[in-house]
Structures are given as C-alpha cells and as structure tokens.
Design a protein around this ligand. Structure first.
Ligand code: SF4
Ligand code: SF4
Ligand code: SF4
Length: 283
C-alpha cells in the first residue's frame, strides 16, 4: 500500500534529529523482497518504536510493526546475537538518562557540545527520585491554567493501572520518565515540580499512552500542555527550546553511533553479509 509519500520519514523523531532512519526506505526494502538486507541493517535498531510513522501513514502501512518483526527475525536468524540484543535494550534504557541530563543541562543555560566524557558519565548516572521530599502541603497548589490543563486531559479519571507506562517507548526508569507518575503528579497539582522537571521534555509526543488508556485520559495532550505552560509562564528561559532541540540532535546521533559499534552491522543497505535462511524459512 505504500506510495512513497514520505509522511513517515517526516514524522520520525530519529530521522528529524539525525537523517539516519527512514521508515519509508525500510518499507520499500520489505516490499521489494530485500528481506536479508533489511534484517542485517543497523537502521532497524535506530527506531524508538514510538509508532508515529504508523499513525501518520495515509494508507495505514505500519512501518514500526515491520521494524519490530525485522528485529526479532534478525535475532532468530543469528544476525544479531541474543546478548547483543539485550545489551542494546540496556543501552536504550540508559540513553533516556542521557536525554534527561541533556535537558537538565539546557535548563541551566548551558550550550556547549556534549563531550565523550559527559556522554558516558550521563549514561551511568541515575536520576534522583523527584518525589523524595515533596511535602503534602505542596499538593493542590497549582494555578488556574494548570488546573484547566489537567481537567482537559481528564486526569481525575486515572486509576493508576500503568497501561500508559507500559505502552510508552520512552519509559524505563521511573525517576527518568514515567507517564503514570507524571499524570498523578499533575492530578495532585504539583505544578512547581513538573514545570521545572526535565522529564516533561523527554516525551516524543507519540500518543501511545493516550491510545492505551482504558480511562481515556489524554496523557499525550497533558504533557504538551505542561510544556506550553513551562514556556508561557517563563519557567524556562528564552532559547531553552532551541537548546533542547540541538542537544537532542547530538544525543540521538551519538546513540546511533553507539548502536553501530555495539551490533557491528555494516551501515547502509546492500553492504551486509547474507542471512543463511531464505525468507520462507525465516517466516
Ligand atoms: S516507530 Fe517512531 S522512531 Fe520508529 S520509524 Fe516509526 S516514527 Fe521513527
Ligand atoms: S493508562 Fe490511564 S488510567 Fe491507567 S495509569 Fe495511565 S492514565 Fe491512569
Ligand atoms: S506521548 Fe505518551 S507514550 Fe508517547 S512518549 Fe509521551 S508519554 Fe510516552
């Protein structure tokens, strides 16, 4: 069904940050049967599985579903070892720490490039838990725009089932980013803590939490509102959003380089060693 409109490429946060992940190309390779090349490509491991490409496709093609299938086939066929795949998921979890630290850095007006030393130190530095030390007197102290945003997202309906956190491609360590946690904090009116938190800038606005919520809480919309409020109320400095965008480009590019090194796959379709299995055997 793909007609090469590139809507998925334009929507992909990794492609936007790095120009190195094109879901459209992955779909075309699968479409014309270059399956062995596809499962040996590092590109399938660059994906965040955010499903923004699935949502935007006018023909209901699902590039993310294909990517997940290609990854499991790569492991099944031995193109990527099980241990390498586990190391990859561990890297991805720790990468969210890097993103958190990068935003924290930008919040304090720092503009310098992210060095190797800083990258590795951030990968290994856990984030302190934001809920430590919040007294009950701080609850329900938010202003009217904040309350309206929470009401608009129907946060009071949340029964903390955690489906949003399970669906979220960014959630890993709670202190770094956990949608359920953020939505509960917002429901309790913890405006100060949320509007100054780097976590709200880690969301990739994919909408998976909203889709997954059985209570129809609009989590994706709530996080967008928190960001808007942070800017509108001057909680972040002028230039902060640009700095975050630039920092994200740096850290995503760095992540892809780490993935290349970790998995040892040749960069670029068509350069890879062939999988010994045929498509029929693999399927
Ligand atoms: S799932 Fe997200 S990161 Fe992956 S290809 Fe699609 S838009 Fe890009
Ligand atoms: S999925 Fe909905 S109801 Fe469940 S924890 Fe998340 S916001 Fe609350
Ligand atoms: S929109 Fe929801 S699921 Fe997507 S990254 Fe943000 S919190 Fe996670």
């Amino acid at each position: 069904m793909c007609w090469n409109c590139s809507s998925c490429d334009a929507e992909c946060p990794v492609e936007i940050a790095t120009n190195r992940l094109r879901p459209q190309r992955i779909v075309r390779f699968a479409n014309i049967g270059l399956f062995e090349e596809l499962i040996a490509s590092p590109e399938i491991w660059y994906c965040l599985t955010c499903r923004r490409c699935n949502r935007v496709c006018p023909n209901l093609v699902k590039p993310e579903t294909l990517i997940c299938y290609a990854r499991s086939a790569a492991v099944r066929c031995g193109v990527v070892s099980y241990h390498a795949a586990r190391a990859y998921y561990d890297l991805f979890r720790r990468f969210q720490r890097v993103r958190w630290h990068a935003v924290h850095h930008c919040l304090h007006d720092a503009d310098e490039p992210i060095s190797d030393a800083r990258w590795y130190s951030w990968l290994d530095t856990p984030i302190p838990d934001a809920m430590d030390g919040i007294s009950s007197q701080r609850l329900f102290n938010s202003n009217e725009p904040f309350r309206q945003a929470a009401k608009g997202a129907d946060l009071s309906r949340c029964f903390t089932c955690g489906e949003c956190s399970s669906a979220c491609p960014v959630a890993g360590e709670r202190s770094v980013f956990d949608p359920r946690f953020i939505f509960r904090m917002a429901h309790f009116g913890l405006a100060e803590e949320l509007l100054m938190s780097p976590s709200i800038w880690l969301c990739v606005q994919c909408g998976r939490c909203t889709e997954a919520c059985p209570q129809r809480v609009d989590g994706c919309g709530m996080i967008a509102s928190l960001r808007e409020l942070a800017v509108r109320e001057g909680r972040v400095e002028e230039g902060f959003v640009r700095r975050v965008r630039d920092a994200q480009k740096q850290v995503y590019t760095r992540l892809l380089d780490e993935i290349d090194e970790l998995l040892g796959l040749n960069v670029g379709f068509g350069n890879q060693a062939s999988c010994p299995l045929t498509l029929a055997e693999c399927a």
